[in-house]
Design a protein around this ligand. Structure first.
Ligand SMILES: CC(C)(COP(=O)(O)OP(=O)(O)OC[C@H]1O[C@@H](n2cnc3c(N)ncnc32)[C@H](O)[C@@H]1OP(=O)(O)O)[C@@H](O)C(=O)NCCC(=O)NCCS
Length: 182
């Protein structure tokens, strides 16, 4: 599997992944499907502001993508990004998130940002586990803020300080080595 920068030709697969998630994932905060034109503009604006957008590709097929964008529009927040990670339904629960997230975090650090915020539906157990295991810290929960036809949603806010990236990586590598040596 290859993790690389997204390009314009990936947009149809990115939109298909997002729209499938909107329709099937109770934890999705989207209600309406997106268009390819929406995402083409989004990709261009992310490029212009140097916010990384990555895709995971296997045999020429996009299995998922991970990206980030500004967290809040005021100057003093310039170091903070909010990220997202979405996998094709066929690729979920197989450990791909654990490969894509560290690569995105490295790209965000290399682009010069300092902190990554994650806003995750409080019922989205796989995503919360992925982020907490990586080292994101829980900041708090906003109860009852999401309104969908299917019901009311709560949101968990988590934060990762990119200064921890190298140390956390060394700890993860050591844990993996110990596991494979057992
Ligand atoms: C959330 C997502 C990125 C996680 O990536 P993934 O590759 O599926 O997850 P992984 O296989 O790396 O597993 C991550 C953790 O979640 C756990 N997990 C996976 N599926 C799970 C499930 N259905 N229920 C509970 N835990 C689950 C795994 O066991 C693992 O925890 P562990 O390391 O403690 O064992 C992916 O499932 C996805 O794209 N989901 C749909 C879109 C989405 O919700 N995106 C996030 C929006 S905030």
């Amino acid at each position: 599997m290859l993790i690389r920068e997204a390009k314009a030709a990936d947009v149809p697969e990115i939109v298909a992944i997002l729209n499938a998630d909107t329709l099937t994932n109770p934890s999705s905060w989207r209600i309406e499907p997106e268009t390819e034109a929406d995402r083409e503009g989004w990709l261009e604006s992310r490029r212009a502001t140097r916010h990384p957008v990555l895709v995971a590709e296997e045999d020429g097929r996009v299995l998922g993508f991970a990206s980030c964008g500004p967290f809040r529009p005021f100057d003093a927040w310039a170091g903070v990004v909010e990220h997202s990670i979405y996998l094709h339904r066929d690729a979920q629960g197989l450990g791909l998130g654990k490969r894509l997230l560290p690569t995105l975090m490295r790209a965000i650090a290399d682009a010069g940002f300092t902190h990554v915020a994650a806003v995750i539906d409080s019922a989205n157990e796989p995503s919360l586990r992925l982020h907490r295991n990586f080292g994101f810290e829980d900041i708090g929960r906003m109860n009852g803020v999401g309104k969908k036809p299917s019901g009311i949603l709560d949101a968990d806010f988590l934060l990762y300080d990119l200064k921890k990236l190298d140390r956390d990586r060394a700890e993860r590598d050591e844990r993996d080595q110990n596991r494979s040596g057992q």
